[in-house]
Design a protein around this ligand. Structure first.
Ligand code: NAD
Ligand code: WQD
Length: 344
């Protein structure tokens, strides 16, 4: 057995896929999640895939005493992967304090306790949202950070700064900041996936729900952008590929493979795909049609952004491997599983 890893937000979408990969790689996992955006039954899915049920603590990371109790009860945690955060961009505009409190208090509490409990490293879930509308694509880690367009995006920028300041102060910890592009898809077993709350705001859950007939049609937000087909361009990264990068990042910190105490990596495929292109990929991969119509632009959308993942490819030795067709099939199989379970 390798070391013990604390995964905050581990019953969530990316967290649950990462717990599976950590366990498959031989790590012992303790999850903390307040179930504000996930279901405890996710633990069953994780167990079905990996054959192991992770330890689970239902608690809020903003509660310092609860976190301290967790570290006391689970001695020997060597690393943390911090997924726990609120992540709905629109909601963050309406409820900024909720976002600043939840996302920043969670991080500060974890950092505060790390030296006390000899936790060596923390992997942080950041986002390509820090690049705003990039001056050029594909985006490298050296691209300028643009002023955040939402409180949610701002929490990611501030979190990166908090971690950097703490490490720079001489704190005895290491950190890897992972900037995700657009994570999509589900585990190929369809045992775990994304559980959208209410009407989905993100493209893939809306698309799969439309294909299922739950929604009448998908609105494509704008076809008058400066892109080949006029729709926005994103870098859609498979969630299992993304999860695997966290295991590599954790290993890198624990085994002191890095010179720097803080490192940043883009996690994307390096391929920019348009919204209309993605709909085509889904239809050809699954044979299922997605009724859709073009509507006006969505306020605040970035026109085009995709990753230059060279640094992650070369330094981490990680590469996104899953084809967009396989990813679309996994998203569709997951949607079907939710229907079978009567959840959608
Ligand atoms: P998610 O909502 O599915 O998972 C987050 C989990 O954290 C949920 O299970 C939620 O219940 C839990 N949580 C939230 N606040 C908590 C708290 N205070 N204490 C304990 N648990 C708490 O989201 P996700 O898509 O898996 O995202 C994971 C991380 O990756 C987040 O930090 C998110 O901002 C970041 N990220 C996500 C995307 C994306 O498109 N999904 C892109 C870039 C970055
Ligand atoms: C993708 C594209 C939409 C829904 C968001 C956050 C970002 C990051 C990932 C966390 C856009 C278009 C969407 C629909 C559509 N999260 N779209 N019809 O906006 O790229 O990024 O999630 O860090 O911070 O902002 O993702 O899935 O919402 O949209 O046409 O019904 O799909 O306009 O071009 P986005 P998304």
């Amino acid at each position: 057995m390798k070391g013990k890893i604390l995964v905050t937000g581990g019953t969530g979408y990316i967290g649950s896929h990462t717990v599976v990969e950590l366990q498959n790689a031989g790590y012992e996992v303790v999850i903390i999640d307040n179930l504000s955006n996930s279901d405890v039954n996710v633990l069953d899915g994780i167990e079905k895939i990996s054959g192991k049920r992770p330890a689970f603590v239902e608690a809020d990371c903003t509660d310092l005493d609860a976190l301290r109790n967790l570290f006391e009860a689970n001695k020997g945690i060597v690393g943390i992967i911090n997924f726990a955060a609120s992540k709905a961009v629109g909601e963050s505009v309406a409820k900024p304090l909720l976002y600043y409190r939840n996302n920043l208090d969670t991080l500060i509490n974890l950092l505060d306790l790390m030296p006390q409990y000899n936790v060596k490293g923390i992997v942080f879930s950041s986002s390509c949202t820090v690049y705003g509308e990039p001056d050029e694509n594909p985006v490298t880690e050296n691209a300028p950070i643009k002023k955040a367009t939402s409180p949610y995006g701002n929490t990611k920028q501030i979190s990166e700064e908090i971690i950097t300041d703490f490490v720079t102060s001489g704190a005895p910890i290491k950190s890897i900041l992972l900037r995700y592009f657009n994570p999509v898809g589900a585990h190929p077993t369809a045992e775990i996936g994304e559980l959208p709350n209410g009407v989905p705001q993100n493209l893939i859950p809306y698309l799969t729900q439309t294909a299922m007939g739950i929604r009448k049609e998908l609105s494509v937000f704008g076809d008058d952008y400066n892109t080949p087909d006029g729709s926005c361009i994103r870098d859609f990264i498979n969630v299992v590929d993304l999860a695997k990068a966290h295991v590599i990042a954790m290993e890198r910190m624990l085994e002191d493979k890095s010179e720097d105490k803080i490192e940043i990596f883009n996690l994307g495929t390096g391929i920019g795909l348009s919204v209309l292109g993605l709909i085509n990929a889904f239809e050809s991969a699954t044979g299922v049609k997605v009724p859709h119509k073009i509507v006006g632009r969505r306020a605040g959308d970035i026109e085009k952004v995709w990753a230059n993942p060279d640094k992650a490819n070369n330094v981490l030795g990680w590469k996104a491997e899953t084809s967009i067709e396989d990813t679309m099939r996994s998203a569709w199989n997951w949607q079907n599983r939710l229907r079978e379970r009567g959840l959608m």
